[in-house]
Design a protein around this ligand. Structure first.
Ligand SMILES: NC(=O)c1ccc[n+]([C@@H]2O[C@H](COP(=O)([O-])OP(=O)(O)OC[C@H]3O[C@@H](n4cnc5c(N)ncnc54)[C@H](OP(=O)(O)O)[C@@H]3O)[C@@H](O)[C@H]2O)c1
Length: 252
């Protein structure tokens, strides 16, 4: 496998649409970058972009995904940074708890919380021998801090991800300070996830009106803008280990 020389290696989950797809496009624009997307789409490798097919409901497959990344120590010799962005996320089930489906509840925690932890563990071992900085960014949400009626699993998973980020930051600072981890809340971004919210009935999700108005008033961020702002944070070296950022406050 002939992988071109590169200085920036990005691993990004949930890249079939929305913020993840925009993150891949923005990462590919960085000179000397190689991007590995981890998604449920068909696998491919083209130039400096590889897609590894994985369903993050199946966390047993995460270890083997790392084995299929065609990068060895020699190729990684010039790396300035290696980045994992835990972006894949699911909102379902959206309903008060008594009306939720058992399997959807379990899948929500699996994709939003369990998978990022297991991905981070394997990323640690995968990238430890590489030179340069290693960063993990967990995409969180305002729902990790504010309870929303109908989003119990989503809010709990994102709150768990925030706390896991803080705990792992403490570990990295003692075990290997070439690693850093932070949580980034992207704000309200114009993706399929927002469309799903707007399609809820008020019985499912009490605040549906607020989200309908955000769309009608043009207040949603384009995913491309979110992705550009996030990738710029890495490239500018502006992230601090253990912090939780609101991307809307970071622009400019
Ligand atoms: N949009 C917002 O306003 C907003 C606000 C706060 C936080 N966020 C967070 O931002 C992240 C991206 O959200 P988005 O708005 O871009 O959502 P989206 O448009 O719904 O995209 C979600 C992505 O996650 C992937 N995904 C879901 N379940 C998966 C699984 N089991 N295995 C592999 N991939 C899976 C989807 O892939 P498939 O096509 O295979 O389903 C899709 O690519 C999420 O973590 C979300 O919680 C979004």
């Amino acid at each position: 496998m002939d992988v071109p020389p590169f200085e920036h290696l990005f691993l990004i989950t949930g890249t079939t649409r929305g913020i993840g797809r925009a993150l891949v496009a923005s990462a590919l624009l960085q000179p000397n970058s190689f991007v590995v997307s981890l998604s449920r789409a068909a696998p491919f490798i083209r130039g400096n972009h590889q897609n590894i097919r994985i369903d993050l409901n199946d966390t047993d497959r995460i270890a083997e995904s790392f084995k299929s990344i065609p990068i060895n120590l020699k190729q990684a010799g010039r790396l300035a940074r290696t980045v994992l962005i835990n972006n894949a996320g699911v909102l379902d089930p959206i309903a008060p708890i008594g009306d939720c489906d058992d399997k959807l509840l379990a899948r929500n925690i699996q994709v939003n919380l369990t998978a990022p932890l297991i991905l981070t563990r394997h990323f640690f071992h995968f990238s430890k021998p590489f030179p340069g900085h290693k960063w993990i960014v967990n995409i969180t949400s305002g729902a990790s801090r504010t309870p929303y009626y109908g989003w119990s699993a989503y809010g709990a998973a994102k709150a768990g991800l925030d706390m896991a980020t803080r705990a792992m930051a403490m570990e990295f600072s003692r075990i290997d300070p070439t690693f850093g981890i932070c949580a980034v809340a992207p704000g309200t971004v114009d993706t399929a996830m927002q469309e799903k919210i707007r399609n809820c009935s008020p019985d499912q999700f009490e605040q549906v009106d607020k989200f309908l108005k955000l769309k009608a008033n043009g207040a949603l961020y384009p995913p491309e803008r979110t992705a550009t702002a996030l990738i710029r944070l890495f490239m500018d070296g502006r992230l601090e280990n253990g912090r939780r950022y609101d991307l809307r406050e970071m622009e400019g």
